[in-house]
Design a protein around this ligand. Structure first.
Ligand code: 13P
Length: 246
């Protein structure tokens, strides 16, 4: 899977213009699932634009309640009704700036599954944690409190994304070896918590400064099942080059 996380970029007009140029560039790409996560207000325009194409639309966040007095929040059912098939949960920017915790990640993931969305659950260590040699400890903690808290059946329906915080938006991509080691570790966490079979089956995306010139090396790693792309997904040509890398 190649997924683009647009973060807080692109109006509805930008979204329509993006897909008009992007869809013809990826119409022959049958080797991977293509997903784009626009900001909430641009989701209807995106869903309309990708109708009948090989691109699916994702939310970037949700709240776990179905409805209620939760100003500013959007539910899983609302995303599904708007035409989303996926939702990103626990992105490091949500954790850093909006107080998301491993516990809220688990609740949001369950809510997404209950309404038929496929959650893309993000984990990843900060630079200081890596430098202190605590990467595995942090990943293990995020795994156990988040996706590890699901039932095996629930776990079988999610994707994971490994996004080392030091690689996000910095141009400092994890080397294919570093990414592969982290993915392998997450698979071991899944195997310990659930089973070898579920661990082998889960798709783990890598995210953090993925660009057309480094995608090939990353995807050559067997542990990497795709990419979650930020900045490079905003540009039709660079995102298409990443999709068409194989
Ligand atoms: P960049 O590709 O801009 O580093 O962002 C990665 C990311 O956060 C995707 O969710």
């Amino acid at each position: 899977m190649i997924a683009g996380n647009w973060k807080m970029y692109k109006t509805q007009a930008d979204t329509r213009a993006f897909f008009a140029a992007f869809l013809p560039l990826v119409s022959d790409a049958l080797h991977c699932d293509i997903v784009v996560a626009p900001p909430f207000t641009s989701i209807p325009a995106a869903v309309e634009a990708v109708k009948g194409s090989n691109v699916a639309i994702s939310g970037q966040n949700l709240f776990w309640q179905k409805e209620g007095a939760f100003t500013g929040e959007v539910s899983a059912g609302m995303l599904a009704e708007a035409g989303c098939q996926f939702v990103i949960i626990g992105h490091s920017e949500r954790r850093q700036y909006f107080g998301e915790t491993d516990g809220s990640v688990a609740q949001k993931t369950r809510a997404a599954l209950a309404d038929g969305l496929v959650p893309i659950v993000c984990v990843g260590e900060m630079l200081a944690e890596r430098e202190e040699g605590r990467t595995q400890e942090v990943l293990s903690q995020q795994f156990i409190g988040g996706p590890g808290a699901l039932t095996p059946e629930e776990f079988s329906r999610i994707l994971l994304a490994y996004e080392p915080v030091w690689a996000i938006g910095t141009g400092r991509t994890a080397t294919p070896e570093i990414a592969s080691a982290a993915h392998g570790f997450l698979r071991r966490c899944a195997s310990d918590q659930f089973s070898d079979e579920l661990a082998a089956g889960i798709r783990i995306l890598y995210g953090g400064s993925v660009k057309p010139d480094n995608i090939q090396g990353l995807m050559a790693q067997q542990e990497l099942d795709g990419a979650l792309v930020g900045g490079a997904s905003l540009d039709t040509k660079s995102f298409a080059a990443i999709v068409n890398c194989n």
